[in-house]
Design a protein around this ligand. Structure first.
Ligand code: NAD
Length: 363
């Protein structure tokens, strides 16, 4: 397909970790995918002018701004990408929606369910995306395909852990993440939200949760760790653990599904691989197959490097963006969008309610 020339001017709010990950995706996506649009890195916006200008210079943004309110209403901006702390997602998204922009937003979508619903309603007629980027890890996309093909069969267990350790380090920066007014929650919104999004994609609706939340650090406003048990509509049961205190683990986003026909297991720390167990293999050779998910037949990988040449974290944002632009051109709905993120937010709210009440809670 020949490249077409429709230009989309992007404004990105926030230039920290995600600002860099998204800038890279905006730059790289057209190198790996034939795109229906040309993305123009128009404006990067943050509070500190010197830092915003340094970001613009390093990543090729045309200009730097410091006032997101004026940026999101500009007539020359088509896409507003929100990479700011959680408490700003709603106000920026609603203002961008009001101005009729395409709205891309980081996770967790909102500070709470009511806010998430308002945001989803504001963008309903506009193209929108929430950056649950792990859906586009090729091994996870393959896991979804295998589940869809019935390779796991009737599911019994869904088990997810998202283990980080940086919360245990008092010297670690990122103070907004520890303030309830800016983050909303701790490990729950930050990490459990990713695990729940993947669980919804891979194993369907969650009907009931019971949970506990723990803050190990004196005076910290948000949870350091959260555990949840769940029941799924398909009859399987789930366990979830998300923590910033798993010493020795840096970004262990892990899940496994055990079903009547087989099992699958994924660990982001070895993200190019998927372990697959097929109960129908001959008895003498039964066991997990360790699949290197870099083949021409695997999701997304043929866009990147030849088989066996592994990809990384940044490619998940590139693939997400490529799919989004493809849906935009075809006028098809993209997932995960704000409505999908509302489903995650319902579960987060149920987890919080259950942790308080000590009882099973329906989202
Ligand atoms: N998808 C993922 O895997 C993933 C990973 C990390 C973070 N996130 C999410 O991305 C968002 C940002 O996280 P981060 O790690 O990039 O944080 P960060 O602290 O590295 O960056 C936050 C940025 O927001 C800017 N900012 C703060 N207040 C602002 C304001 N009033 N106006 C404009 N800019 C403002 C800061 O200057 C900074 O550039 C959060 O919602 C977080 O949960 C998602």
């Amino acid at each position: 397909m020949a490249k077409q020339s429709r230009k989309l001017n992007v404004a990105m709010i926030g230039y920290g970790f995600m600002g860099r990950a998204h800038s890279n995706a905006f730059i790289q996506v057209g190198h790996f995918f034939d795109l229906p649009y040309e993305l123009i890195l128009k404006t990067v916006c943050g509070r500190n002018r010197a830092a915003a200008e340094a970001m613009a210079a390093q990543w090729g943004w045309e200009e730097a701004q410091t006032d997101w309110q004026s940026v999101v209403t500009r007539t020359d901006i088509d896409v507003v990408d929100i990479c700011a702390p959680n408490h700003l997602h709603a106000q920026i998204a609603m203002a961008a929606a009001e101005a009729g922009k395409i709205v891309l937003c980081e996770k967790p979508l909102a500070m709470n369910l009511a806010e998430a619903k308002q945001m989803a309603s504001a963008v309903r007629r506009l193209p929108n995306l929430v950056w649950f980027n792990y859906r586009r890890v090729p091994a996870i996309a393959l896991a979804k395909d295998l589940v869809g093909q019935g390779r796991v069969g009737k599911p019994y267990h869904y088990r997810a852990t998202y283990l980080q350790s940086w919360g245990a380090d008092p010297e670690r920066p990122g103070a907004w993440r520890f303030r309830k007014t800016e983050a909303g929650s701790g490990a729950m919104g930050d990490l459990l939200s990713h695990s729940l999004d993947l669980a919804l994609m891979l194993n369907g609706v969650i009907t009931e949760v019971t949970s506990l939340m723990q803050t190990f650090t004196p005076n910290r406003e948000v949870d350091d760790a959260v555990l949840a048990l769940t029941r799924f509509a398909n009859g399987s049961i789930g366990t979830f653990e998300a923590t910033r205190f798993a010493t020795g683990c840096q970004n262990r986003n892990y899940f496994e599904i055990h079903g009547a026909e087989g099992a699958i297991r994924f660990n982001l720390e070895d993200m190019n691989r998927l372990e697959v167990f097929d109960r129908n293999d001959a008895a003498g050779v039964q066991g997990s197959h360790n699949v290197l998910v870099t083949g021409l037949e695997h999701p997304y990988t043929s866009h990147f490097w030849p088989p066996g040449h592994i990809i990384g974290y940044e490619h998940t944002f590139i693939a997400t963006l490529a799919d989004f632009l493809d849906c935009l051109a075809k006028n098809e709905p993209f997932h995960p969008n704000f409505d999908d993120a509302v489903e995650v937010q319902k579960l987060l709210e149920a987890v919080e309610t259950s942790a308080r009440s000590g009882s099973w809670t329906r989202p």
